[in-house]
Design a protein around this ligand. Structure first.
Ligand code: SF4
Ligand code: SF4
Ligand code: FES
Length: 250
C-alpha cells in the first residue's frame, strides 16, 4: 500500500462496522492513538488500518482496490502495543487498536513463471517445470500464520509438492493474492502464483464440462443480457452498490 500526504484529509472510510443509534455515535466518537509513519495520530476506535491512515491525513495512492477484503491489493504489516511480533493483514479489513504502529508495503514483488497451459500436464511435472522452489518448503507454517484469509497455505504447498492440483485448487479457493504468505516465507516460495497455476490447470484439464455454462455463454454471445448491461452501466455508485448487496448469491 503506498500513501502520500494529502492536503484535504477525509474520514470517509474510517469505520467498517455498521452500527446504529447511540452506540454508533459512541463508537465513532471514541478515539485511539496509532502511529502512522512514526507519528502519533488520534483516529476513531472503529477505523480499519486503511481508514486510520486516511483519517490521519494521508491519501492512499496505490495498494487499495475493493476496500472490502476481496482484491488483495492492500497487504500491510503492523505491530500491536506491547507485542514484539510484526503482524500481517489486509489494511481495509483489519481494525486498529490503541498504540498500534502502522506501516505500508507499496507492493509485494514476485517472479511469475511464463508457461503454456495447453502443454503443461495437471500433475507434479507442472510444478517442477514452473515453480521448482516449492520443493524447498521447510514446513515451518509461517505462511499459514500470515494469511488474512485463514487459508491453510502450508497444506496447499504440500499438495503442490505431491502434484495434487485438485487439492491446491480447493485449499486456495479464497486466496486474494495479497502476497503476505510469500513475503514471510523463508524458502522464497511464491504461494499465490502456485495457487493460480493450479486453478488454471484444473480449469483447463480437470474440471468437467458444464452444459449450463455453455448455455449461459451462448446467451451472452447472442446479446440476451445487453439491456441489463446498459441499465447497470447507467446506475450511480450507490444504486449499483445497493443492487450488488441485494443480489441472490449462492
Ligand atoms: S512459509 Fe514457506 S517454508 Fe514455511 S511452510 Fe510456508 S511455504 Fe513452507
Ligand atoms: S494464501 Fe497468501 S496470497 Fe493468498 S490470501 Fe493467504 S496470504 Fe494472501
Ligand atoms: S482494498 Fe481490496 S482487499 Fe483491501
Amino acid at each position: 500500500m503506498g500513501i502520500a500526504k494529502s492536503a484535504s484529509a477525509t474520514a470517509t472510510s474510517s469505520s467498517p462496522v455498521t452500527q446504529s443509534g447511540a452506540a454508533h455515535d459512541t463508537a465513532i466518537d471514541r478515539k485511539v492513538t496509532v502511529y502512522v509513519m512514526g507519528k502519533a495520530c488520534e483516529v476513531p476506535a472503529t477505523a480499519t488500518i486503511m481508514g486510520a491512515i486516511e483519517y490521519a491525513g494521508h491519501q492512499i495512492i496505490r495498494g487499495a482496490g475493493c476496500r472490502e477484503g476481496y482484491c488483495g491489493a492492500c497487504a500491510t504489516i503492523y505491530r500491536a502495543a506491547g507485542d514484539y511480533k510484526i503482524r500481517t493483514g489486509l489494511a481495509c479489513t483489519t481494525l486498529v487498536g490503541d498504540g498500534m504502529v502502522l506501516a505500508q508495503i507499496p507492493s509485494v514483488p514476485a517472479e511469475k513463471a511464463i508457461y503454456d497451459i495447453e502443454t503443461l500436464r495437471p500433475n507434479v511435472s507442472a510444478i517442477q517445470q514452473t515453480y521448482p522452489v516449492v520443493f524447498r518448503c521447510v514446513a515451518c507454517n509461517t505462511c499459514t500464520r500470515s494469511c488474512p484469509q485463514d487459508i491453510r497455505v502450508m497444506d496447499y504447498v504440500q499438495a503442490a509438492k505431491r502434484g495434487d492440483i485438485a487439492a491446491i485448487t480447493e485449499l486456495s479457493y479464497y486466496c486474494v493474492a495479497c502476497g503476505l504468505c510469500m513475503l514471510r516465507c523463508p524458502a522464497e516460495i511464491t504461494q499465490p502464483l502456485v495457487a493460480t497455476l493450479a486453478k488454471r490447470l484444473y480449469g483447463r484439464h480437470l474440471s468437467k464440462n458444464s452444459p449450463e455454462l455453455a448455455v449461459r455463454v451462448r446467451a451472452v454471445a447472442e446479446g440476451s443480457y445487453n439491456a441489463e448491461y446498459v441499465e447497470l452501466m447507467a446506475l450511480g455508485r450507490e444504486s449499483l452498490s445497493d443492487r450488488y448487496y441485494a443480489r441472490d448469491s449462492e
